[in-house]
Design a protein around this ligand. Structure first.
Ligand code: C2O
Ligand code: CU
Length: 527
């Protein structure tokens, strides 16, 4: 599907003889991922210029890198727990890039920290053992200030891990295990992707409040919202299914869009997995809330529908950023600015269809979800070294600058209160009630690199409870998470444990424009 314009340099990995001398074990799987510019047919008419990964399995099962039919996204990387993998990034982009393995527990120089990038024409070799449980992880670039742009133009793929426990749960597999990567994009009349203009962003306020300069800068800080919903890189997605259960793996790979997903016939959703793999048992929700970077797995049974039925997965209305800003600012100058910013067509909180399901054929299969999915070992809060004094992380907005505890991102910078000890667990508390800056308040999905955590508790300030309650019935906090989504006025305590790998890891908001403009910090795990 992807037509390549410029190929990356085809270099080989370290020769086996040298590796032997160095004592490095040979990997079970080796995949070369070339980040390259090309074009893909997305809308009718002209092909769209995109940036994409081309995957090539050099060693191991040919299915270790699978392309999604008809999509420029991916490839889907599929590995098993315990395997050693080598992933060679070849940078054919013309600007620095790297890859973050979102959700994976890997050493700090393998994690895709923004300080580790491959220059144009160069490579970065990632090599690690798969230590995480079966689940839906993903990968994407993480170059500071450019992450939003690089993902937007197409660099993103799923990273699926399988293990014995998952196998025993007997979930729908093969063609009944369906990846659904949700993104929002905007196109111009020539079918080109429209993103933030660097020029505008750089001009800052020079254009005046109504001019492009201010608007560009504001969007750059608030988050980019597209007008069209793409699923696996395609508009108007329709899934053709049989009358049986499916495993739907949802990834929100949007820059800043929040989804509140529900079936149009009102039937509840059965959730079987979150960021860090399967839940202990399925849970039901009237709808699910999926913020940028998060994953959810659904067990979706179509056996109750007649062949020929059509269903729609919709994103329902909620109190989005617009409502927040309008409400908070009472339609004053800031409220008005809120109305002008971002996307007037499809603001966060608007209702829209996401994809359709057409029941196309009948097929018999067991139609109850497994009662038991996996075993989750709970961390004990009282074992946390700071049990009585959770480490506090306030999301802040200074003089037009995002931050955490008043500090914004510094490439290698880490503060005293961001240093933790290897082999300890801690309670971290994130608060989103201190960021009442000139933008009003926004929702922030907070992501911690290098580990999976457990969500202990949440609370919301009473004045903002109504807006929070418009999405909170869709939270799935039961399983392993690498992100915690916070609506305005909300706080959450999470239990984190620092194992195996000392080093410097980022934690940040996964609204990509927030992270790119400073809502990111490092934490240091000290041996
Ligand atoms: Cu998916 Cu640091 O991010
Ligand atoms: Cu944010």
């Amino acid at each position: 599907m992807l037509k390549t314009l410029a190929a990356g340099g085809g270099m080989l990995a370290m020769p086996a003889a040298i590796r032997e001398v160095l004592g490095a074990p040979e990997p079970d799987v080796e995949i070369v991922l070339t980040a390259t510019k090309g074009e893909a047919p997305i809308l009718s008419g002209r092909a769209t210029p995109v940036w994409a990964y081309r995957g090539k399995v050099v060693k191991g099962d040919a299915g270790s890198a699978q392309s999604i039919p008809g999509s420029y996204l991916g490839p889907i990387i599929r590995v098993r727990k315990g395997q050693r993998v080598r992933l060679v990034l070849e940078n054919g982009l013309g600007e620095p890039t790297n890859i973050h393995w979102h959700g994976l527990h890997v050493p700090d120089d393998m994690d895709g920290h923004p300080r580790h990038t491959a220059a144009p024409g160069k490579r970065y070799v990632y090599e690690f053992e798969i230590r995480d449980r079966a689940g839906t992880y993903w990968f994407h670039p993480h170059t500071h200030g450019r992450t939003g742009r690089q993902i937007y133009f197409g660099l993103a793929g799923l990273f699926l891990i399988h293990d014995e426990e998952e196998h025993a749960a007997k979930l729908p597999s093969g063609e009944y295990d369906v990846p659904l990567i949700l993104q929002d994009r905007s196109f111009d009349a020539e079918n080109r992707l429209v993103f933030l203009s660097d020029e505008r962003a750089r001009q800052g306020t020079r254009g005046g409040m109504m001019g492009g300069g201010m608007m560009g800068m504001m969007t750059r800080m608030m988050g980019f919202l597209g007008e069209r919903i793409l699923v696996n890189g395609r508009p108007d997605a329709t899934l053709s299914v049989a009358t049986r259960p499916y495993r739907l793996r949802l990834l929100n790979a949007s820059n800043a869009r929040i989804f509140k997903l529900a079936w149009d016939d009102g039937s509840p959703l059965t959730v079987v997995g979150t960021d860090g793999g399967l839940l202990e048992a399925p849970v039901q929700r009237p709808y699910v809330t999926l913020s940028p970077g998060e994953r959810l797995e659904l067990w979706a049974d179509f056996s109750g529908h007649a062949v020929g039925t059509e269903l729609t997965m919709r994103s329902l209305a909620f109190a989005g950023d617009m409502a927040m800003r309008g409400g908070m600012m009472g339609g004053g100058m800031m409220g008005m600015m809120g109305m002008m910013m971002g996307n007037q067509e499809l603001p966060n909180g608007a209702a829209f269809p996401v994809f359709r399901v057409r029941v196309a054929r009948s097929e018999k299969a067991p139609a109850t979800p497994p009662k038991r999915l996996s075993n989750i070992v709970r961390y004990r809060p009282e074992n946390a070294v700071n049990y009585r004094r959770p480490r506090l992380f306030n999301i802040t907005m200074g003089m037009m600058e995002w931050g955490i505890n008043g500090r914004s991102f510094e490439m290698e910078g880490v503060a005293e209160d961001e240093i933790v000890r290897l082999n300890t667990s801690e309670i971290w508390e994130f608060t989103n009630d201190a960021s009442m800056g000139m933008m009003g308040m926004m929702a922030h999905p907070i992501h911690i690199h290098g580990l999976q955590f457990q969500i202990l508790e949440r609370s919301v300030s009473p004045a903002l409870a109504e807006a929070r309650n418009s999405v909170s019935a869709g939270y799935v906090d039961e399983g392993w998470k690498d992100e915690v989504f916070l609506m305005p006025g909300e706080r959450a305590k999470v239990l984190v444990a620092f194992r195996d790998f000392p080093g410097l890891f980022p934690y940040h908001c996964h609204m990509l424009e927030h992270a790119d403009t400073g809502l990111m910090r490092n934490y240091l795990v000290r041996a």
